[in-house]
Design a protein around this ligand. Structure first.
Ligand code: PEP
Ligand code: MG
Length: 760
C-alpha cells in the first residue's frame, strides 16, 4: 500500500501542470481502488463554486462544464463538513444533486473526501460504484491518505496554473495572491529573479532563452564535458571493477548519444527554452517513464538518468557563472529557501523585495531583511518557483502576501502605502538626535543589532547609542572558509571604531539551527535542539580562541568591546567559556596589547536559563534576552517552520511572564539586563519591555526611530498599567489585540498596519 501511494504521489508531483496532475490522480486512484468512477472537483475561491476538473468513469465531456455552489450536492456537503462522506445509496440522499450530462445515473455507492491544504478547502475527491454498498474502512482511509498527501501538490499546481494568467475555472486571473508569513515590513513591486541551489534539477526554473545558438553551444559543450568525465572515470576504475559493473558507464555514454536524450533537449532549446530548463523537462520525462516501469531493474535506472541530468546541469551552471547575470531595475529575489548569503547576489540598489518558499518571520534571513529595510515574505510554500522567473509581483511584507497579475487598483493601493512609508520615515528623521525619554522622564537606551557593515552605517544614521548584539556569524556565513584571525580582527575593528566610544556587544559564533556555514556543514535531524552556539564553539576551542583573540586585539585603544555567549543552558558552559576568555586575555596582554578585560555577558534564550538567571547573573557582567529563541523553545514552535508560524506568539502569556521573571531575578543580584530579540523592535513589545524594567532595548536599525517615537509619546506609568492589565490575560490573541488598541488610542495606528480587507 505504501509503495502504491508513493508511486502515485511521485507521478503526480512530476506532472507538468494541474490538469495533467488531476488526470493522473483520477486514473491511478480508480485503478488502485478497482472502482468504476474517480473524479476531482476543485473549489474556485473567487466564485466559491466547485468545478468538475477530471474524471475517469463519468462523461469526459462534462469536465470543466459541470459546476456546483459551494454547499450544493454531496460534493458541497463533503466540503462544508470537512470530512469523508460514505454512502451506500447516494441518489436516495436528500442532498444528492442530479446532473443529466454527467452520466451518474447508474452509480449508487459514493465516497467523497475533502482535499484540504493549510486549512483551506481546495476541493473534493470522489469515488463511485454501481453496486449499492458502503466503501470499507481500508478504502476510506486509502482515499483520505491520497487526498492528504496530494493536497499540497494540487495547491501548487493551481498556483502555477494561475500564473499563466487564467484561473482553472476559465476566469482571467487578477491580483492572484500567494500567502506566506510576514518576514519584513514594507512594500516592493518588481520582477522576480529566482535563485536556486546549484546542481539541483528540481529547482531549475522555466525561462525563455535569449540567444538560441548560445544555449545550444553551451549544451553541446556540457554534453562533451560529461562524456569526457565518464570516460575518464571508466578508465580510472578499469582495474577495480568487473566488466559487467563497468557496463553502467556504457549505458551513460549511450544515453548521451545525440539521438537520444540530448536530441530532445536540443529540440526544446530550438523551441525557445533555455538549456537548463529544457534539460530539467527532458530528464523529468525520462525519469517518469522509467519509474513507471514495473521491472525493478529498469525502474532503478531512473536514478542514473537523474545523476546524468545533475552532471549536465552542473556543467551548464559553471558555464553560466562566467557570464554575469543581468537583472532588471527592480528585482524581487525568490528562492525555495533564501539564505543570508543569497542576499548579496543582486546589487542592493536594484533589490525591492524578497520571497522565500520556506522559513518564517523569525528565520535569520528575515531578520537580515528587516535590518536592510527590505520587504520580505517568508514561508510562501505555494510559490511556483519554477514558473515565476520574470513575473511582476507585489511583495507585501506587512501581511506576508505576494500578488501577481496586478490590477491598476491594486497597484495604486500599494504605491500609496509605499509613499506613506517614505513620508513616515522622513518624519521620523526629526527625532534622530533627540533622547529616548518618556513623557514622565524615564530614559530608555536604544541600541542596535548588527551583522553586516551596511548595518553600521544605517545604525549611525538612525542615532543608535551602541550595539546590543553584533551577530559575528554573519561575516562567517558570507565567506567560503573560516576567516583568519587577522581578517576577523579587521572586521571587528570596523564595528568597534564606528561606534566608539559607544559599546559594541559581540556575540561569539552562533552557528547551527538554521545558520549554517557552507564549509562547516552540520546535518542533524533536529538542528534547533542540536549542536548550536556555545555547544559548537566549546567543542572546537580552536575556533573560539581565535575569535576571542581577534575581538580583544581589535578593541585595543578603544576598549568599547563587550563579549556575549549564545545558547547557554548550563552554568558549566559559562565557566568553561570564561576560562578560555581569561586565557586569551592574558596571552594577548603578554603580546603587548594594552586592553581592558571586556565585560562578559550571557544570552538567556533557553528555558532552562530562565530558572537560573540569578546563578548566571552572579557570574557575569550583564545578561541579554534572546527572545526569538526563547519564544521558540518555550512554545515548542520552530521559528523557521511556516506550518506552525501562526503558533509563534511573541505575546504569549508564558513568554511575557518569563520575560518579567528574568528582569526581576537579574535586578535582584544587581545586574543589568537587556533584550536583543525582535520583540524589542516591535512597538507594543518595546512598551511592555520598558514597563517590565529592561535596562536597554536592542533592535534592528530600521525599527529604532519608530520605537523612539512611540516611547517618547507615552509615560512609564501608562506602560506599567497596560502591562499589569495584559499580564492578567490568558490568550495571546486577546493580548495582541489589546496592544494594537492601546497603540491606536495613543495615535500610532499606522504602526500596526491592518491586513487588506477588500476581496480580489
Ligand atoms: C534571539 O534568539 O533572540 C537572538 C537575538 O539571537 P538570534 O536571532 O541570532 O538567534
Ligand atoms: Mg538566538
Amino acid at each position: 500500500m505504501l509503495n502504491l501511494l508513493k508511486s502515485i504521489v511521485q507521478e503526480v508531483s512530476k506532472a507538468p501542470e494541474l490538469g495533467a496532475a488531476l488526470e493522473i490522480i483520477v486514473r491511478r486512484v480508480r485503478e488502485a481502488m478497482s472502482t468504476e468512477v474517480c473524479s476531482v472537483y476543485l473549489l474556485d475561491p473567487v466564485q466559491n463554486r466547485y468545478t468538475l476538473m477530471a474524471t475517469e468513469g463519468l462523461n469526459a465531456s462534462a469536465v470543466g462544464k459541470v459546476t456546483l455552489g459551494h454547499s450544493e450536492g454531496l460534493v458541497g456537503l463533503v466540503g462544508v463538513r470537512e470530512e469523508p462522506i460514505n454512502l451506500q445509496n447516494a441518489p436516495a440522499h436528500p442532498r444528492f444533486r442530479y446532473f443529466p450530462e454527467i452520466g451518474e445515473d447508474p452509480y449508487n455507492a459514493f465516497l467523497g473526501v475533502p482535499i484540504i491544504h493549510r486549512r483551506r478547502n481546495l476541493g473534493v475527491l470522489v469515488v463511485q460504484q454501481k453496486e449499492a454498498r458502503l466503501f470499507d474502512e481500508s478504502e476510506e482511509s486509502f482515499l483520505v491518505t491520497v487526498s492528504a498527501q496530494l493536497a499540497a501538490t494540487i495547491a501548487h499546481g493551481e498556483a502555477t496554473g494561475i500564473l499563466s494568467g487564467i484561473h482553472f475555472s476559465g476566469e482571467r486571473a487578477r491580483d492572484v495572491c500567494i500567502k506566506g508569513v510576514a518576514g519584513s515590513g514594507g512594500v516592493g513591486i518588481g520582477h522576480c529573479a529566482v535563485i536556486y541551489p546549484p546542481a539541483d534539477l528540481d529547482a531549475v526554473p522555466d525561462k525563455l532563452c535569449e540567444d538560441i545558438e548560445l544555449e545550444l553551444a553551451a549544451f553541446a559543450a556540457a554534453v562533451e564535458t560529461v562524456r569526457e568525465d565518464i570516460r575518464k572515470v571508466d578508465s580510472r576504475l578499469s582495474d577495480q571493477l568487473r566488466p559487467e559493473e563497468r557496463a553502467l558507464f556504457d549505458v551513460y555514454l549511450g544515453m548521451l548519444d545525440s539521438n537520444a536524450l540530448p536530441g530532445e533537449v536540443v529540440t526544446m532549446i530550438r523551441g525557445g527554452h533555455w538549456a537548463q530548463g529544457a534539460l530539467r523537462r527532458v530528464i523529468d520525462e525520462y525519469v517518469r517513464h522509467f519509474e513507471a516501469i514495473k521491472d525493478a531493474y529498469l525502474s532503478e535506472r531512473a536514478v542514473d538518468i537523474k545523476d546524468l541530468g545533475t552532471r549536465l546541469l552542473a556543467c551548464l551552471q559553471m558555464d553560466a557563472e562566467k557570464v554575469e547575470r543581468k537583472y532588471p531595475d527592480k528585482v524581487v529575489l525568490v528562492s525555495e529557501e533564501l539564505t543570508p548569503s543569497m542576499l548579496g547576489e543582486v546589487p542592493r540598489n536594484k533589490l525591492v523585495g524578497l520571497v522565500s518558499a520556506r522559513g518564517s518571520g523569525n528565520s535569520h534571513v528575515a531578520i537580515l531583511a528587516r535590518a536592510m529595510g527590505l520587504p520580505c515574505v517568508m514561508g510562501a510554500v505555494d510559490t511556483p518557483i519554477n514558473r515565476i522567473e520574470g513575473v511582476e509581483v507585489v511583495v507585501d511584507g506587512f501581511s506576508g502576501e505576494l500578488y501577481s497579475h496586478i490590477s491598476a487598483e491594486l497597484r495604486s493601493y500599494y504605491l500609496n502605502i509605499a509613499e506613506e512609508e517614505r513620508n513616515l520615515s522622513k518624519g521620523l528623521e526629526q527625532i534622530r538626535d533627540k533622547p529616548c525619554v518618556t513623557v514622565d522622564g524615564h530614559q530608555m537606551p536604544l541600541w542596535v543589532n548588527t551583522g553586516l557593515m551596511t548595518d553600521v552605517m544605517r545604525s549611525l544614521n538612525q542615532g543608535a547609542e551602541g550595539v546590543g548584539l553584533y551577530r559575528t556569524e554573519v561575516p562567517f556565513m558570507i565567506n567560503d572558509r573560516f576567516p583568519s584571525e587577522l581578517e576577523q580582527r579587521d572586521t571587528y575593528r570596523e564595528q568597534l571604531e564606528a561606534f566608539s566610544p559607544g559599546p559594541v556587544t559581540m556575540r561569539t559564533l552562533d552557528v547551527g539551527g538554521d545558520k549554517s556555514l557552507s564549509y562547516f556543514p552540520i546535518n542533524e535531524e533536529n538542528p534547533f535542539l542540536g549542536w548550536r552556539g556555545i555547544r559548537v564553539t566549546l567543542d572546537h576551542p580552536e575556533i573560539f580562541l581565535v575569535q576571542v583573540r581577534a575581538m580583544l586585539k581589535a578593541s585595543a585603544g578603544l576598549n568599547n568591546l563587550r563579549i556575549m555567549l549564545p545558547m547557554i543552558s548550563n552554568i558549566s558552559e559559562i565557566e568553561e567559556a570564561m576560562h578560555l576568555v581569561y586565557r586569551v586575555y592574558h596571552e594577548v596582554r603578554e603580546e603587548g596589547f594594552d586592553i581592558a578585560l571586556p565585560p562578559l555577558g550571557v544570552m538567556i534564550e533557553v528555558p532552562a536559563a530562565i530558572f537560573q538567571v540569578r546563578e548566571i547573573a552572579e557570574r557575569v557582567d550583564f545578561i541579554s534576552v534572546g527572545s526569538n529563541d526563547l519564544t521558540q523553545y518555550l512554545l515548542a514552535v520552530d521559528r523557521n517552520n511556516p506550518r506552525v508560524a501562526s503558533l509563534y506568539h511573541t505575546f504569549h502569556p508564558a513568554v511575557l511572564h518569563a520575560l518579567k521573571r528574568i528582569v526581576e531575578d537579574a535586578h535582584a543580584v544587581d545586574k543589568k539586563v537587556s533584550i536583543c530579540g525582535e520583540l524589542a523592535g516591535d512597538p507594543g513589545g518595546a512598551i511592555l519591555l520598558m514597563a517590565m524594567g529592561y535596562d536597554m532595548l536592542s533592535m534592528n536599525a530600521n525599527s529604532l526611530l519608530r520605537i523612539k517615537s512611540v516611547l517618547r509619546a507615552v509615560s512609564l506609568e501608562w506602560a506599567q498599567a497596560l502591562l499589569a492589565r495584559l499580564l492578567a490575560m490568558d490568550s495571546p490573541q486577546v493580548i495582541k489585540a489589546s496592544i494594537d488598541l492601546a497603540l491606536r488610542e495613543i495615535g500610532f495606528d499606522h504602526l500596526s498596519r491592518p491586513p487588506r480587507t477588500e476581496s480580489h
